[in-house]
Design a protein around this ligand. Structure first.
Ligand code: UDP
Length: 335
């Protein structure tokens, strides 16, 4: 990294967003274009959609390359042109992972390998997005205390497919940290907790867009299991803000940091809240896990972040509460 880089004005920067046509990636693209940066997105449109970035199609500062991050010669060329890399391209969503495990493992492991190798060749700062899935069932095991970055993970057996995603992302983390320690690559790893907001589709199983879409159509809202499992949801705008602040914080280099909103809710309560906020006539129905995801599925009971590290490093904590999150999703599907 050039010594002058820290002082480089935001609008002179070129930012690479892998997965830039995806749900979270496209919000990062909006943010950086809004600040006047040049932005390059690489997305193979496997789960990303061009309509997420269509608003920028005439912006000469924006380029979207539809290709795979596994194309190393392309990645090498683009990484060389940029100042910072946000690596979001990944196979995401529990449903996708259950249905297409080979693709999940290959994209997540080899893709991050390519990104890190290219970033290292050109010594570019890179933020790797990981997931709270890497904690596995740890929260059930530690007396319910919120999850801390330095706590143990508890991953299920390899015969249960769900854990493939967690393991692929844990490997990404190991690799990123190894590049930092061994090769002095400026790397930050963020563990994202259930992120929600406009442009997230219900197609890959994510619970909030699913519930909202069903509620708006007055169709049954399907809760998997008995609905007593809980999650903590974070608005995508808060996730973007946290990532950008971390990228600008030298003390975050070489660190793994939780990004999430500690407010917790059970999935049954979530179904009721969505129903109330949409004024829906939907019935709330319960479906056993094996019928929802097929055999070999294991859910985690709770997953709530400890965000003291994020707060200490950036002074930031999420601002949009659960009602605000659901409102933004309702508005998105209504528009
Ligand atoms: N879930 C549900 N109905 C749905 C989709 C998901 O009850 O239509 C449940 C799912 O079993 C899990 C929680 O909601 O317990 C969150 O699921 P999601 O796939 O959004 O994220 P996860 O935390 O499992 O990665």
């Amino acid at each position: 990294m050039k010594p002058s880089e820290g002082a480089q004005k935001t609008k002179d920067k070129t930012i690479l967003v892998t997965g830039g046509a995806g749900f979270i990636g496209s919000h990062l693209v909006d943010r950086f274009l809004g600040e006047g940066c040049r932005v390059i997105a690489v997305d193979d449109l496997s789960t990303g959609r061009l309509e997420n970035i269509a608003q920028h199609k005439d912006n000469h500062r924006f380029q979207c390359i539809v290709d795979s991050i596994l194309n190393e010669s392309l990645m090498d060329e683009v990484v060389a042109q940029c100042d910072e890399v946000y690596h979001l391209a990944a196979a995401v969503g529990v449903k996708l992972i259950m249905n297409r495990p080979v693709e999940t493992l290959e994209t997540n492991v080899r893709g991050t390998e390519v990104v890190l190798r290219c970033a290292n060749r050109h010594k570019k700062k890179v933020l790797i997005t990981s997931t709270s899935e890497v904690y596995g069932k740890a929260m059930d095991d530690n007396g319910g205390a919120p999850l801390r970055e330095d706590g143990n993970s508890l991953i299920g057996p390899t015969s249960r497919r769900r854990w493939a995603y967690a393991c692929s992302k844990a490997l990404d983390e190991f690799l990123a940290l190894a590049y930092h320690e061994e090769k002095k690559l400026p790397v930050i790893v963020v563990r994202l907790f259930n992120t929600v907001g406009p442009r997230q589709t219900g197609q890959y199983g994510m619970v909030v867009p699913n519930f909202v879409q069903k509620a708006l159509l007055n169709k049954p809202i399907i809760v998997y299991g008995d609905g007593s499992q809980s999650r903590s949801f974070t608005h995508v705008a808060d996730v973007v803000e946290a990532m950008v602040r971390l990228m600008g914080e030298p003390r975050a280099l070489g660190q793994v940091i939780n990004v999430g909103n500690p407010q917790e809710i059970t999935i049954r309560e979530l179904a009721e809240l969505v129903k109330e906020m949409t004024g829906s006539q939907s019935e709330i129905e319960y479906l056993p896990y094996e019928r929802a995801y097929g055999p070999g599925f294991e859910d985690m009971r709770r997953r709530c972040p400890d965000i003291s590290k994020l707060k200490e490093l950036t002074g930031f904590s999420p601002r949009v509460d659960l009602r605000g999150i659901i409102e933004s999703v309702i508005a998105h599907f209504q528009s």
